[in-house]
Design a protein around this ligand. Structure first.
Ligand SMILES: *[C@@H]1O[C@H](CO)[C@@H](O)[C@H](O)[C@H]1NC(C)=O
Ligand SMILES: *[C@@H]1O[C@H](CO)[C@@H](O)[C@H](O)[C@H]1NC(C)=O
Ligand SMILES: *[C@@H]1O[C@H](CO)[C@@H](O)[C@H](O)[C@H]1NC(C)=O
Ligand SMILES: *[C@@H]1O[C@H](CO)[C@@H](O)[C@H](O)[C@H]1NC(C)=O
Ligand SMILES: *[C@@H]1O[C@H](CO)[C@@H](O)[C@H](O)[C@H]1NC(C)=O
Ligand SMILES: *[C@@H]1O[C@H](CO)[C@@H](O)[C@H](O)[C@H]1NC(C)=O
Ligand SMILES: *[C@@H]1O[C@H](CO)[C@@H](O)[C@H](O)[C@H]1NC(C)=O
Length: 273
């Protein structure tokens, strides 16, 4: 980097900061305090961006990540029209979730396929898809290990449910044509191994949830934190915001002596060599 250009930008950013600082309102500084640090929601502690809820405002997170908190319980979260229990949130951008209705009953009244909002989430690479067939007659060919019973009304004999992984589905799928309905259900690979080895029941595996990655703005958030900012979002546009001591920026804070990414398209602030 040419030294003259460096000093031009260096001075420009100092002047910029001097101009901006006196007019930074306390209102904006508030968000830095309000959104900094982590919060607790029911049984989970140490939760940060992009999550919010339980008195933590939406602009400290992202709209799609509202947690519904209840004392001593795992938080709930709505993804589209489906409600999940959030069992674990890791700092590494992973969380374990389980649909609330399966949590309560392996034979839910309403059967549906899980659908994630792929703008916000992705299935972890460690999940496997099971196909679950409900309302089946007894099938002698399929191991009893792959079956459980559901209570049916009015003496219906189609009261069995079968769960098959992909290879078993290829073998037995056609035999289950008489079943009422089927759904595809994600399970963590490690839980599935426990189920196949007989040390865990399928219902327990479901209740341990499956892993999803929360992908929304995690990379901008790291850049923002590295510059001394606090991650959040714009109330109206829902765009990512980096709350800085002087004002919010779209990417990261202006760091004196560095030329932060807010004014360039690069996320790499340069340093004096
Ligand atoms: C949550 O995930 C972390 C990291 O993967 C793990 O160490 C911890 O045991 C998990 N907690 C629960 C309750 O599953
Ligand atoms: C779930 O998806 C599978 C195919 O992916 C489909 O055959 C099945 O009917 C769907 N189940 C429900 C309840 O919508
Ligand atoms: C499981 O199914 C979902 C869609 O329902 C798909 O996105 C995902 O890639 C599948 N995972 C595996 C391991 O087959
Ligand atoms: C089925 O109904 C019986 C009697 O009402 C009850 O004891 C049992 O727990 C029920 N099973 C399931 C899987 O709901
Ligand atoms: C956020 O909190 C941490 C720990 O309390 C503190 O070190 C940091 O300076 C705070 N960040 C901002 C931007 O206020
Ligand atoms: C979002 O809206 C609330 C209430 O309307 C306001 O107090 C807050 O300052 C706003 N936050 C941002 C980042 O615009
Ligand atoms: C938030 O978004 C609105 C609408 O796009 C925009 O007018 C406003 O300047 C944004 N606020 C901040 C702090 O970036």
């Amino acid at each position: 980097m040419d030294t003259h250009i460096f000093f031009f930008f260096f001075s420009a950013s100092i002047i910029f900061i001097l101009l901006v600082s006196p007019i930074a309102s306390s209102h904006e500084t508030e968000q830095v305090f309000e959104c900094n640090g982590t919060f607790s929601c029911g049984a989970i502690q140490g939760i940060g961006y992009p999550f919010w809820g339980s008195g933590r405002p939406q602009y400290c997170g992202h709209r799609g990540f509202q947690l519904l908190c209840q004392e001593n319980q795992f938080p709930a979260m709505d993804i589209g029209s489906q409600r999940f229990r959030v069992l674990n949130i890791s700092r590494a951008g992973m969380m374990s979730i389980a649909p609330v209705d399966i949590w309560e009953d392996p034979c839910p009244q309403q059967l549906y396929n899980i659908s994630l909002d792929h703008n916000l989430f992705d299935f972890a690479a460690t999940i496997r898809n099971l196909t679950i067939f409900y309302g089946c007659p007894l099938e002698d060919d399929i191991a009893s290990q792959n079956r459980f019973m559901c209570n049916t009304s009015n003496g219906d004999t189609h009261s069995y449910a079968y769960y098959l992984d992909e290879s078993l589905s290829r073998i037995h799928g056609s035999e289950l044509g008489d079943c009422g309905a089927s759904i595809t259900f994600p399970v963590n690979q490690r839980e599935l191994e426990e189920v196949w080895s007989g040390t865990e029941r399928i219902v327990d595996a479901w209740n341990k949830g499956f892993d999803v990655m929360y992908v929304k703005d995690m990379i901008p958030c790291m850049a923002c934190r590295d510059s001394g900012g606090v991650c959040g979002s714009n109330n109206t546009s829902l765009d990512f915001l980096c709350f800085c001591p002087d004002q919010p920026y779209s990417k990261s804070c202006l760091v004196p002596g560095m030329f932060a990414s807010s004014l360039t398209s690069s996320n790499q602030p340069f340093r004096e060599a």
